[in-house]
Design a protein around this ligand. Structure first.
Ligand code: DX5
Ligand code: ZN
Length: 213
């Protein structure tokens, strides 16, 4: 379970992270540049501040046109893993740079980006992220049409016996968690389902329980 702080109160991020610290496996940090997606969120200074409050694994989802320029800053700020979108191109070089920096390396695909665009990188990454909404905003509805691609990625990971996490992000709640996990996801991101809940720690457990009945 990777709660996304995009849906937390940005005026109280440290408390929000504290609320899920004992139940979350990772913390999902949504970085938006106002260019690859029409929204602006978090940069390295916020990651650095949060690092002082949390020992969680920081899973940084870089929704950016030019993530290469900032990878070192995210690593220095305390990111554990970074994920770049395949739609921007230059993916091999970005994976190489993440490795050089000691970051766990991920590639992400938008809902309308086919499996074929991810396939060439499967052997070189630690994580594949299938977006189940168009990135930019929390609180959107899960797109079931992405389930086929999730199955394709899972099948390829298993067939090639790769140590790659398969993460699904967007519209995950108790209902859709079961669909994503059933299709092969082993890491689930959830924002509004967690931080929109009165007791976020219970919401993390509820979504996990729904995914692993
Ligand atoms: C969307 C972000 C997601 C978002 C998920 O662009 O990448 O991580 O926070 O939020 P929910 O779970 O509300 O769809
Ligand atoms: Zn995300």
């Amino acid at each position: 379970m990777a709660p996304s702080i995009l849906s937390a109160d940005f005026g109280g991020l440290a408390e929000a992270v504290g609320a899920v610290a004992n139940v979350a496996d990772w913390l999902h940090v949504d970085v938006m540049d106002g260019h690859f997606v029409p929204n602006l969120t978090i940069g390295p200074p916020v990651v650095e501040s949060l690092r002082r409050h949390s020992g969680l694994y920081f899973d940084c989802h870089l929704m950016m046109t030019n993530p290469g320029r900032y990878l070192e800053a995210f690593r220095d700020a305390g990111a554990d893993g970074c994920t770049v979108h395949v739609e921007i191109g230059g993916t091999s070089a970005l994976i190489g740079r993440m490795r050089e920096l000691g970051l766990r390396a991920g590639v992400a695909a938008n809902p309308d980006t086919p499996f074929a665009d991810l396939e060439p990188f499967l052997g070189d990454v630690d994580l594949v992220l299938c977006m189940s909404v168009f990135p930019g905003f929390g609180g959107q509805a899960f797109m079931p049409e992405v389930l086929d691609k999730i199955r394709q990625v899972r099948e390829a990971i298993d067939r090639r016996d790769l140590a790659v996490d398969l993460e699904v992000d967007g519209g995950i709640d108790e209902e859709t968690a079961a669909l994503a996990a059933g299709a092969g996801a082993n890491v689930l991101v959830a924002g509004s389902a967690i931080f929109g809940a009165e007791r976020p720690w219970e919401a993390v457990e509820a979504v996990r329980a729904a995914a692993c009945p």
